[in-house]
Design a protein around this ligand. Structure first.
Ligand code: B1M
Length: 796
């Protein structure tokens, strides 16, 4: 039996939790369960066997965390742990038809731009696990409990590039139908199905009773078999017992069957009893085939754009004819590119074209860097635009979504170089109706090339909805008769080939006066002929406006809701261009600074802060502008409207502004070091240090010697430093409710060790009452108050 054959069964049953079973046997939390593959393989085999006996068709190896990051200090290699895991599982399957899935989970590190792990590093970490699993004889690969689409892509590509085994993948979603990094179900489906996985689904986090809306959404976006492997509800904090019994679990699974599920198992809190109950329920029902029609669509991890109506592709990230852009590229100024992206999305672009090719720079490196940074700031899907296939491939690797490749043409050389890339990375592609003979004059010949491109794309396994034909705009001044031919070809491709069409528009008016009249008229005619994706400058209102008007007139914008919302508005909100102009206009500074921080624009935030410092007091900037901006970001994060990558970008921009302020403070005050020693730390478990760093600078400016232990500081390290330096004050910072306990523990350890220093605490979650309750001597609301307290203690 192999995975493909297994799918002929009405349902495929997976196993339940491994960790829960081990914990039930007394394994302590925090230890590495994967090491049991080597130390106690018989225990692992026994658990696998229990799942097989309860009806599992596939068991997951005990290797979810067996990667080089997590095993770093274990004394064992990935190969040893994975091989032992596969061996233990295979032993359990002897004499049965059950398959062994090599289980791979998250690396535990964040990928760039949110974290520091590069795509290639992540891919290599997964590749090492895959190679070990294949060598040990796994039957398929399961990638599970992933929350970052970038990491999921790295894992899928590693699996595909290092094995020929079937690959199935499940990600972990919250009730909001997003993962905690903001990934949408539609984006997961479009991206991972595009990469060629064999089944897709949802695991962990939620119980089976909460999954219906998520499964419904997934079924609309995938043609693959759908997997569900939910938790058994929530654990009771005292007993550790999970809230959903095996029977109730199975009952809820039964209710998901009409939504199209095919492969079912259990995650945290489930046991062999759960699998038996699932099996019993599934035996009395039939699977339901949903067969959705997946629309033409592209996506970033956080946004899916269906091409079910006219969508604007922003053309501004392209150096052709743009002096400032060229200069920015020569300076490697990615912030300039981010500015262009923000301006365009704000003006109405749905998708952004990214072209960074000039001869003087390393285009590949620039494309990769730009894509990494753009993904952290804008959520519009991207179109990768280059004439160099290596640049396109490098970009496709690091793009965490379904991109558009711009472009392939009808020439055989281009078709056989570009189309395999499009297929491998699951992208869509722009097909230019030209070949080695150039651009044909008449519509019929362009149509013929479009047909050739489509046929070859289909041969490569690229779906029709992923081919966007560009019939090429020629200039009315030089080739007036060709303009009509372009319009005609658009209509022919749309109607006869059933493909989406794309067209750069502005070229048509080159060499003529009144360009806007020509451009707008041509755009409207092209739209009426069936253009789906105009590539325009969305900042030009008459062009974006024409598209919006078209959407109303052709009844796409039903009830003119979008149009009225936009055109009845009088005062637009602060835009990125305002953030940029704020750099030179002090009156706009404060609004621009908030915007720069909230948009994650590091350079702008620093520049505006520099400019504000000419007239505004540094602490006023911190308290009245930076902290409120971060508070708004924090509130958005808490509400679920913003996600971790945006929080990280905003923190980076705030950090850039704080750095400017720190430098100013440091130069302003004459230091008389030696007024007293203060040991400062953000407590164990907490990595928020922006506030603590401000406190440090201010204290230093008032002449105190600060020993800064950094963030996430061990309780004992605080005690040791206080003793070693003979501290007068120990200052502790904490920003999360969860780390207040850690603060309490540090204080109690300081007291137990008879440290005589006064203890001052601060951080947004603290209150004076709580500070007193956990044994602190002083609570400081902000950095200024921290200085006042230090003065009170030390300047007497
Ligand atoms: Co996160 N974060 N964060 N975060 N983050 C909060 C704190 C949060 C409230 C956001 C929210 O949900 N609303 C929330 C905590 C919820 C809670 O427990 N109640 C939160 C969370 C959940 C998280 C993560 C768990 C997210 C995740 O991964 N799922 C994760 C935590 C990881 C960890 O710590 N183990 C995380 C990560 C991050 C970033 C890395 C992205 C980044 C931190 C970057 C860095 O610090 N280097 C970040 C940020 C920026 C925030 C918010 C938006 C802003 C914090 C900040 O810098 N404020 C924050 C929301 C918010 O606070 N509104 C949030 C500005 C700073 C100047 O103020 O630190 O209060 P503050 O300092 C003030 C005073 O409090 C005082 O003086 C300072 C200056 O006046 N003060 C002291 C501070 N320490 C003092 C010590 C003193 C005296 C005064 O004496 C010693």
């Amino acid at each position: 039996m192999d995975f493909k054959n297994l799918l002929n069964k009405p349902f495929v049953v997976l196993d339940g939790a491994m960790g829960t079973m081990l914990q039930n046997q007394g394994m302590s939390l925090g230890s590495l369960p994967e090491l049991l593959n080597l130390t106690h393989p018989e225990r692992i085999t026994a658990i696998h066997r229990a799942y097989i006996e309860s009806g599992a068709d596939i068991i997951y190896t005990n290797t979810i965390g067996a990667n080089r990051c997590k095993l770093e200090r274990s004394g064992f290699t990935v190969d040893e742990v994975v091989s032992a895991g596969v061996r233990a599982a295979k032993r359990a399957t002897e004499g049965t038809e059950c398959l062994v899935a090599l289980d791979i989970g998250s690396t535990g590190q964040m990928l760039e731009p949110a974290g520091s792990l590069s795509f290639d590093e992540a891919s290599e970490i997964f590749a090492e696990q895959v190679r070990a699993g294949v060598k040990a004889g796994a039957d398929l690969i399961v990638l599970e409990t992933l929350t970052d689409l970038g990491e999921a892509r790295a894992a899928v590509l590693a699996a595909k590039e290092n094995s020929s085994l079937p690959v199935i993948c499940t990600m972990t979603f919250e009730k909001t139908r997003r993962t905690f990094t903001g990934c949408r179900i539609s984006s997961m489906a479009l991206t991972l199905e595009g990469l060629g996985i064999d089944a897709i689904g949802i695991n962990c986090s939620l119980g089976p009773d909460e999954l219906a809306p998520l499964v419904e959404e997934l079924a609309r976006w995938t043609t693959l078999p759908i997997i569900v492997k939910p938790n058994a509800g929530l654990p009771d904090p005292c007993s550790g017992e999970y809230s959903i019994s095996p029977e109730r679990f199975a009952e809820h699974i039964g209710k998901l069957v009409p939504l199209g599920i095919k492969i079912v198992g259990g995650c945290c809190g489930t046991t062999p009893e759960t699998i038996t109950a699932i099996k019993t329920v599934l035996e009395s029902t039939r699977p339901v085939q949903i067969s959705p029609e997946i629309p033409a669509a592209v996506c970033s991890a956080t946004k899916t754009v269906s091409i079910d109506r006219v969508r604007i592709i922003g053309e501004r990230i392209n150096p052709t004819g743009k002096r400032l852009f060229r200069e920015a590229l020569l300076r490697q100024d990615v912030d300039y590119i981010i500015d262009q992206a923000l301006q365009q999305t704000e003006a109405g672009a749905d998708i952004l074209d990214v072209n960074v090719g000039i001869p003087e720079i390393d285009e590949q490196q620039m494309m990769v860097q730009s894509l990494k940074e753009l993904q952290g700031v804008v959520d519009a899907p991207l179109q990768l635009d280059s004439s160099d296939p290596d640049v396109l491939e490098a970009g496709l690797r690091v793009y965490h979504g379904k991109a558009i490749v711009n472009s392939v043409n009808g020439d055989e050389e281009s078709l056989k170089t570009i189309l395999p890339l499009v297929k491998k990375y699951g992208a869509a592609v722009v097909g230019l109706t030209l070949d080695k003979n150039g651009i044909p004059k008449d519509a019929d010949a362009r149509f013929e090339i479009a047909q050739r491109i489509l046929t070859r794309a289909l041969e490569y396994g690229i779906q029709r909805e992923n081919v966007f034909i560009d019939c090429l705009t020629l200039t009315a001044s030089a080739e007036q008769e060709a303009v009509f031919e372009t319009l005609k070809a658009v209509g022919m491709c749309k109607e006869r080939l059933g493909v989406k069409t794309v067209l750069g528009v502005s070229n048509v008016s080159f060499g003529l006066p009144g360009r806007e009249l020509i451009n707008q008229s041509f755009l409207t005619l092209a739209l009426a002929n069936g253009l789906d994706l105009p590539i325009i400058n969305p900042n030009v209102e008459y062009m974006t406006g024409a598209v919006r008007a078209f959407r109303v007139l052709y009844n796409y914008d039903v009830g003119a809701v979008e149009f009225i919302g936009l055109y009845s508005k009088s005062a637009p909100a602060c835009s990125d261009s305002q953030a940029v102009s704020a750099v030179s206009d002090p009156a706009k500074n404060s609004q621009g600074l908030s915007y720069a921080v909230e948009s994650g624009l590091k350079n702008e935030a620093a520049q505006i802060t520099e400019s504000m410092l000419k007239t505004v007091n540094p602490m006023e900037i911190v308290n009245s502008h930076l902290i409120p901006a971060l508070d708004r970001i924090g509130a958005g994060f808490e509400k679920g409207s913003l996600f971790l990558p945006q929080l990280i970008q905003a923190a980076g921009a705030a950090q850039a502004a704080f750095d400017v302020i720190r430098r100013r403070l440091a130069s302003e005050h004459v230091k008389t070091v030696g007024k007293g020693k203060i040991v400062l730390a953000t407590v164990k478990g907490d990595i928020h240090d922006i506030g603590k760093n401000i406190v440090k600078v201010l204290l230093e400016n008032y002449g105190y010697t600060v020993i800064d232990l950094g963030r996430d500081v061990e309780h004992q390290a605080v005690v040791d430093a206080a003793v070693k330096y003979g501290a007068d004050i120990v200052g502790l910072s904490a920003l999360m409710t969860t780390t207040l306990k850690s603060m309490e523990k540090t204080i109690s350890l300081l007291r137990q060790n008879n440290v005589q220093a006064k203890i001052m605490v601060g951080g947004a979650v603290l209150t004076p009452e709580y500070a007193e309750k956990i044994g602190a001597d002083f609570y400081a609301r902000d950095a200024k108050e921290a200085v006042d307290i230090a003065k009170r203690i030390l300047d007497q």
